[in-house]
Design a protein around this ligand. Structure first.
Ligand code: 9YT
Length: 152
């Protein structure tokens, strides 16, 4: 059994921060649940472009209020505590937070792997692509480190 407390993951690699939201990743792929689960806070007064082409997401609002605006139809759904929305068709949208922070419990299928953030199109990379990108970043970091060490 896994027991994990929010306070244990704050300011760790499971606490992913962007200009418009932070996502506390309570369950990730390596927890082997088949889905990931996050406590996400969308900052007051912001809007975020989202298009999960590689994932399905279920979102349950527990605090604050906001709206989902579908692209391209412009259809708007009000989000408040007790509202669930599920992006069962990989629906592209804007997520708006009203004038207080919006607290959401989010589940992803397939699960997120780590510290994914949206690309320029609002997409999270697939798990295999994300792992490939992480390996490439690690190689560049090691090469930079080795080059710096060689100079000293
Ligand atoms: C609702 C939503 O998708 N917000 C963006 C962050 C995402 N939920 C996450 O990574 O936790």
């Amino acid at each position: 059994m896994i027991v994990r407390k929010l306070k244990e993951i704050l300011d760790t690699s499971r606490d992913v921060k962007t200009p418009t939201w932070c996502s506390r990743r309570l369950l990730l792929q390596d927890d082997n649940m088949g889905f990931s689960m996050h406590h996400t806070v969308i900052y007051a007064g912001t809007k975020t472009h989202i298009h999960y082409k590689n994932h399905l997401e279920g979102v349950y609002c527990v605090q604050g209020s906001g709206s989902v605006e579908l692209i391209p139809s412009g259809e708007v759904f009000k989000i408040e505590p007790g509202t669930l929305y599920a992006l069962d068709k990989h629906d592209e949208h804007w997520l708006h937070a009203d004038d207080t922070d919006l607290h959401l419990i989010c589940t992803f299928n397939p699960p997120l792997v780590g510290d994914e953030v949206h690309d320029e199109n609002g997409v999270y990379a697939s798990a295999s692509e994300f792992k490939k990108q992480a390996a490439e970043k690690a190689t560049v970091k090691a090469a930079t480190h080795n080059a710096a060490a060689a100079k000293t």
